[in-house]
Write a protein that binds this ligand. Sequence first.
Ligand SMILES: O=CC(=O)O
Length: 338
Amino acid sequence: MAINDNNTDSNKSQKQEEKDLPKVVIFLPPPVFSLIGEESFASNKFLFLKAYDSQLPLLQFLSTHSKSIKAILSSGGAAVNADILQLLPEVGLVVTTSAGLNQIDIPECRRRGIKIANAGNVYSDDVADLAVGLLIDVLRKVSASDRYVRQGFWATKGDYPLGSKLGGKRVGIVGLGNIGREVAKRLEAFGCFVSYNSRKKKPYVSYPFYQNVCELAANCDALIICCGLSDETHHMINKQVLSALGKEGVIVNVGRGPIIDEKEMLRCLVQGEIAGAGLDVFENEPDVPKEFFALDNVVLSPHRAVFTPESEKNLSQLVVGNLEAFLSNKPLLSEYVD
Ligand SMILES: O=CC(=O)O
């Protein structure tokens, strides 16, 4: 009995301590929770409030807890917009598990003095590896030859058509941030000629810079899209850019689907106006236009570039580190500065 009473007391005091901890709200479970387990995010400095576990509609849930929520843990799936932020006057940080920030209303955060922390460099190597992997796959027809062999065609129809060499190709990188720079490093090692487009010329690299993405495409054999999605980059890769890339040109997208006008790209692929595509992202995920499935010059990947067990483990440390730093008034580990 006494033990039970003690237990009850200690449960009560634990509950009280938890009640007093600053709260970090989560709208939707970030993929990392199911990939490596939520326990990697344990901290005695804050408590997660999971809006998705509540019966209440999101806005009502947020109003109920508005005074205790100090930070938001965001991921790609749920918008952090002005309607939400205005319900949470105590929020001072949005930390996101994604590399992309397109789900966050950045100007509204700035207006409210809310800091933003993103995935920093955690994903850069893995995304760069996949970008180069997709390019090699398209050029050397790896996935297509695999299908050819599995279907028994090697024995019945003979040799598969040759692929094309990566070394010596002129590759244009759109968006030379953390990921774009890792892609460039890898491509240099393969003997490619790298050039790039980004919002501003980067003073610390010597790759040729093209302010105009169409000019970049016209001077390249392949384009790799590594930039974020914004109003400026939405459908930036349009008919004009694809036609500048030309019949022999290959496009790889590890950024966001809507950066490319997908319908136009599909038309160019079907009509042979570009040579191939390696795509990790799509306009309407997870719906991928069926027409892609019939194209042997297209390699498809289900938005997996960032995810490896290694990157997710590093990510959990970064997220917890950012939240703890913020709650102790220390500098963030990966603050996003425009
Ligand atoms: O695409 C994934 C991400 O932005 O993290």
